[in-house]
Design a protein around this ligand. Structure first.
Ligand code: GDG
Length: 463
């Protein structure tokens, strides 16, 4: 059996605390052998290619340290200030700097130079996410002819947006060196194909293989899932129960609406607060009957656009609370810290509404976790943005346009008055999808294509 080598920006073997993705990748590595390679998260004065090997819960990880300049240009720069905003349709926030592009290539070369010595002839290589687009080409340049796959966790932008990136053509050309490219949804796959067809003359055959410039690349849509069973179990754990009781007691009979997101402008938090404010003014009778709990642990704090969204949200939450709060009620509880996964499961279960309204999201796992944590006898309602990848698979959620405060207000009202039978009916359909297309399904979907085996059928709701 071939070994599997996973390459990602950071490694998180073992998994427990990090969630489904790390658990699933660790399980695959335990089964197939191989290793997980990435940046250690540590800084060194002078890059020297030294590999730190570790074994965690039966999984071998191999990491390298990077220089401060690498971290600034590759990670904070090209990954987080150029590609992330562009791929989430925010060219207004995207920064195009040659030093970022150069640093990105340099770090990908550092990765390639280091990994080459670890690869055996039959290994399958699986590269994760937008930090490492050029890695496949750089490995080919170093004589690696193994099967190499790439999975993109975030959206693929429309052709005309991508064209604003000075290195767009080069970036896409380098992706064609992979044997398989996986996307979260059919929509992102089609966006990629649009570019390959219109800018490069590519064609797609009936097996989903892209033919362009003498290269053949299999394109697949494999939506990532969660470990549904693990999450339902978490929701029944002691910590989850205690959190459930504590949260419920604190809202004193009111309906709780929950949002859980990394503090990121793609998650639509500002629009969410405005939609909720609109709901409070559209439905004065509901004031004091609901509370929005928004958990938003800060991320990427050294990037300016993240500092700005943080202060915008602080101002907005303060303004809404100032305008509407009373002696014994505040409309928004805005919490800038993270909680353990079992506590989070308890919070989801205590919430009548899961409000998941990103402006763009590759998939969005919070939507699936919220569903998996519900009480089957009395489940809550998921309100989900049409622009999250997850919406393709979750038609039984209340789907909304997060740019419309009115639509969000209407959906909140509809969710609050929804009869129990309808909640149960919608939840059962959602839960069946979350269980069927779980993270192990995703793993199989991608690794089968990589190993040239038949690929499991994608979700039936795919268009
Ligand atoms: C990228 C793509 C895609 C959040 N707060 C806490 C906490 N979390 C956990 C959630 C969830 C995860 O973080 C967030 O996952 P998402 O999928 O919602 O979003 P991104 O971080 O942007 O992930 C996304 C994903 O990759 C996978 O492919 O779905 O579209 O953007 O698991 O529960 N976990 C804990 N405490 C918190 O306070 N423990």
């Amino acid at each position: 059996m071939s070994r599997l080598i996973i390459i990602s920006n950071r490694v998180s073997a073992g998994g427990g605390a990090q969630g489904g993705l790390a658990v699933a990748l660790s399980a695959a590595l335990r089964e197939k052998g191989g290793l997980w390679f990435g940046w250690s998260g540590e800084q060194t004065d002078q890059f020297n290619g030294k590999i730190n090997f570790e074994r965690t819960d039966g999984v071998v990880t191999a990491t390298i340290d990077l220089e401060q300049r690498d971290i600034d240009e590759y990670y904070n720069g090209y990954a987080n200030r150029t590609l992330w905003p562009l791929f989430h349709y925010r060219i207004d926030l995207a920064e195009y700097e040659r030093s970022f592009a150069d640093g990105y290539q340099r770090v990908n070369e550092r990765f390639a130079n280091t990994i080459v010595s670890l690869i055996d002839k039959d290994d399958l290589l699986w590269v994760q996410d937008y930090h490492l687009f050029p890695l496949g080409r750089q490995l080919r340049d170093r004589g690696i002819s193994n099967r190499i796959g790439f999975f993109l966790h975030i959206p693929w932008p429309p052709r005309r947006l991508l064209a604003t990136l000075p290195e767009a053509a080069e970036l896409v050309a380098s992706l064609l060196e992979y044997d398989v490219i996986g996307f979260q949804t059919q929509e992102w796959l089609e966006s990629f194909y649009d570019y390959a067809r219109d800018e490069m003359g590519g064609t797609l055959d009936d097996d989903g293989v892209l033919h362009v410039g003498g290269r053949k690349v299999r394109l697949i849509a494999c939506p990532i899932g969660i470990d549904a069973e693990e999450f339902s179990t978490l929701a029944n754990s002691d910590t989850a129960r205690a959190t459930f009781e504590r949260v419920r007691a604190s809202v004193a009979g009111r309906s709780l609406i929950v949002g859980v997101d990394r503090l990121d402008y793609s998650k639509g938090l500002e629009e969410r607060f405005l939609g909720y404010e609109r709901f409070l003014s559209d439905h004065p009778e509901e004031r004091k009957e609901v509370t929005l709990l928004q958990i938003a642990p800060p991320s990427r704090g050294s990037v300016e656009s993240y500092q700005r969204i943080r202060s915008t949200l602080e101002g907005l939450a303060g303004r809404i609370n100032g305008a509407h709060a009373g002696l014994d009620w505040v409309p928004i509880r805005y919490v800038n810290q993270g909680y353990s996964r079992d506590a989070l499961a308890g919070v989801y279960r205590a919430s009548r509404i899961g409000l998941v309204t990103p402006l763009r999201d590759g998939m969005n796992l919070v939507a699936k976790e919220y569903v998996a944590a519900q009480n089957p006898e009395d489940p809550g309602v998921l309100i989900l943005s049409r622009f999250a990848g997850a919406a393709e698979q979750m038609p039984d959620a209340l789907l909304v346009n997060p740019h419309s405060a009115e639509e969000m207000s209407d959906a909140l009202r509809q969710a609050l008055i929804m009869p129990r039978e309808e909640r149960i009916h919608r939840w059962r359909n959602l839960m069946a999808g979350v269980q069927k297309h779980d993270v192990m399904w995703w793993l199989k979907c991608f690794t089968s294509a990589l190993a040239l085996k038949s690929v499991p059928t994608p979700p039936t709701t795919f268009v």
